[in-house]
Design a protein around this ligand. Structure first.
Ligand code: F6P
Length: 479
């Protein structure tokens, strides 16, 4: 296959831009403020980078274009492929399987075929763009076959893979009818990154169980054959972060601080404002959290209007049935609690099914006394880190599920097991009642960690391990 011209090629399901298609069919795009873009942008610009991804719209064929110095190469998906590959295999097979089967994964051969075909399309696009001896960095569970497919097409390049979500234990992963193909796909990479050490160990255990390959610690030995020398695949944890400094600066802006005061006023100046911010996803533990809050009102340990819960649940994957069902359940529960405990002008739960821009989020974080992150399973959870980055006043309490990747790093949080409703209720009350001295002590510890380990450090550390891999035949020393 002929080489392209970009030294660093990022491959992710979505492009770093949002497309809008007008009624007359004309297409426009704007930069999307996602974390991955922020993480990769400096490297992409410095290393002459290209980004391969889907536009988010069906059947949209668009020529490659430059978005603020990043070459964007759209991959077209048909409406049927979106249903089978994205909503089906990625979000109704892999997503629940990799999140501890919180809902039952569906296994359909037709979905798998679409996943394979779409992965092949992404791999071909990456292989066509990467320069001789360049680097391809593949992201996440939607594209696990891409590393091996790129290696097949371009054995001269270095390949990295980062899984943003958990990697399950072999007992769960073994359910997947295509488990061997997935492991072989990922093993096409030179470096395989995970959020937690336990995810990396789960992956290596799956390699041991499902293949005959030898492993040495977290390194998998791939034997050579006639055309290919032997090589090694390193698995390791690289916990992702946020642009902490940017969030810190945002929350220090006078207009954002003023907006935080307004939010509290609009809510009737409650003594305690509790906040949840999530995509409306069954992994996030929203029902468990709202149930615990409702029981605290029932027990009289919290009362309205002194305490109120603001729950932002941004719309997500709305064509997938499990997400539709979750919405019904959450909205029924919120309605019941408001019916039982709300007063005129003072609902117990303020539920918002929208997403908000970063400055409004920073104001909400600043306004909240207690931040509730109660995910049942989460690769990392960046909301927890955003809350900490926003609190330069050293106030506020983070209640954090032990089942998030963030729990490995954020030792100053109040840890909860969201399945243990009684335990969680006690921890929420402890957070509400925590004195300011203890809040400050914990928040300072959290902030040191979040401000030091930002997303730029994350991408640098992954790429520096990747570029330390011996160059494949015909390769260079990397970006
Ligand atoms: O890693 C999980 C993830 O794919 C994130 O990258 C993304 O922000 C989120 O899930 C929602 O993804 P999507 O809307 O593309 O399904």
């Amino acid at each position: 296959m002929s080489a392209g011209e970009y030294d660093l090629v990022a491959v992710a399901n979505r492009l770093p831009v949002d497309f809008t298609v007008a009624a007359d069919g004309s297409v426009d795009w704007s930069r999307s403020p996602g974390g991955l873009v922020t993480a990769l942008e400096p490297m992409m610009k410095a290393a002459d980078g290209a980004w391969i991804g889907w536009s988010g719209a069906p059947d949209l064929a668009h020529d490659p274009f430059d978005a603020d110095g990043i070459r964007c190469v759209p991959v077209t998906l048909s409406a049927e492929e979106i249903a089978l590959y994205y909503e089906g295999f990625a979000n109704d097979t892999l997503w629940p399987l990799y999140h501890d089967v919180i809902t039952a994964p569906a296994y359909h051969r037709q979905w798998w075929e679409a996943y394979r075909a779409v992965n092949q399309r992404f791999a071909e696009a990456a292989a066509a763009q990467v320069a001789p001896g360049g680097t391809v960095w593949v992201h996440d569970y939607q594209l696990q076959l891409v590393p091996a497919m790129v290696r097949e097409l371009r054995p001269d390049v270095r390949i990295g893979f980062f899984n943003h979500i958990p990697f399950p234990g072999i007992e769960i992963f073994a359910q997947l009818p295509w488990r061997r193909q997935i492991v072989d796909g990922i093993l096409g990479a030179d470096v395989v990154g995970f959020q937690r050490t336990s995810d990396a160990s789960n992956f290596v255990r799956a390699v041991r169980r499902l293949t005959d390959l030898t492993t040495r610690g977290q390194i998998v030995m791939i034997p050579g054959h006639a055309a290919r020398p032997p090589r090694q695949v390193r698995a390791a944890a690289f916990p992702i972060s946020i642009d902490s400094k940017h969030f810190d600066e945002l929350a220090r802006r006078p207009d954002v601080q003023q907006r935080a005061r307004e939010i509290r006023q609009e809510l009737g100046n409650p003594q305690t404002l509790l906040l949840g911010v999530d995509r409306l996803d069954y992994t996030k533990g929203i029902r468990h959290r709202v149930k615990a809050f409702g029981e605290l009102l029932e027990d009289g340990r919290l009362t309205v209007p002194e305490a109120t819960l603001v729950q932002v649940a941004s719309p997500s994957r709305e064509n997938v049935e499990a997400y539709q069902q979750l919405r019904e359940e959450v909205e029924l529960l919120v309605g019941r609690i408001n019916g039982d405990y709300g007063h005129l002008g003072h609902p117990a739960v303020h539920y918002m099914h929208h997403s908000y821009p970063p400055d409004e989020m920073a104001a909400l974080y600043l306004a909240a006394d207690v931040m509730l992150v109660t995910a049942l399973r989460d690769g990392m959870n960046l909301v927890a880190k955003e809350y900490v980055a926003a609190r330069s006043d050293d106030r506020g309490v983070l209640v954090l599920s032990e089942f998030t990747g963030a729990a490995d790093e954020l030792a100053g949080a109040v840890m909860v097991n969201p399945h243990d409703i009684d335990g969680m209720k006690d921890r929420i009350v402890a957070a509400v009642e925590m004195d300011t001295r203890e809040q400050r002590k914990r928040m300072r510890r959290l902030r040191r960690r979040v401000l030091e380990d930002d997303v730029a450090k994350w991408s640098q550390s992954f790429l520096s391990v990747l570029t330390s891999v011996p160059a494949p035949a015909g390769g260079t020393d990397g970006p």
